[in-house]
Design a protein around this ligand. Structure first.
Ligand code: UDP
Ligand code: MG
Length: 183
């Protein structure tokens, strides 16, 4: 079935900057339907549980940052004290908890043809500095991993989007009860 549901979170920077309407309208204009929506002030425990703690996830997030550092000519050992991908992933996760609990977030479920893949395309790659124009991260942010490291935080990139149909299912169930997601 190509018709899918995916989870999107407008992160604290999107809410603080007044971009909620602007970002939601991009998804709507593309043809996706909102089937659940709420505003939440998440707790550190919730964010800790929401993002996976598996070595696989930590390594993948760590590798992403190490690759960005390499492209930007940054020495990870000097900057964050390690170049071990899983350890870097742990550092990212700790900072992510701080970021995601720094203000209210808007959590929603979007439904449509190939929703998971299409939402990722509209959102763009993780770091706004390398996200192409036309993507949400590319159009509304100029943040980058080197600036983020300078300020001791993760990259502020406005939006979370599920990265596979199976993750989408888990993430939707995490934030919404079954009857809260409309058909
Ligand atoms: N993150 C970061 N730098 C990285 C990897 C991740 O700042 O190199 C932060 C960023 O806020 C990202 C979140 O951690 O959105 C989750 O990481 P993931 O790899 O899942 O990226 P996404 O799927 O959000 O693009
Ligand atoms: Mg992800």
């Amino acid at each position: 079935m190509p018709v899918e549901k995916t989870l999107v979170i407008l992160k604290p920077d999107a809410v603080a900057r007044g971009l909620v309407g602007e970002i939601i309208s991009r998804f709507e204009k593309a043809g996706l339907k909102i089937v659940a929506l709420k505003m939440v002030k998440a707790s550190p425990e919730e964010i800790e549980r929401f993002y996976p703690s598996s070595e696989e996830w930590l390594r993948s997030a760590g590798q992403k940052l190490l690759k960005a550092y390499q492209e930007l000519g940054i020495d990870p050992r000097a900057k964050i004290g390690t170049d071990d991908p899983v350890e870097v992933g742990r550092i990212i996760k700790r900072s992510l908890v701080k970021y995601m609990t720094s203000g209210p977030i808007v959590v929603m479920v979007l439904k449509g043809n190939r929703a998971v893949e299409i939402v990722r395309k509209l959102v763009g790659p993780t770091s706004p500095h390398s996200a192409p124009p036309g993507t949400i991260r590319g159009d509304y942010s100029i943040d980058s991993p080197d600036l983020a490291a300078e300020e001791g935080r993760v990259v502020f990139n406005l939006v979370h989007a599920s990265d596979s149909p199976s993750e989408a299912e888990r993430e939707i169930r995490f934030w919404f009860r079954e009857e809260e997601v409309l058909e």
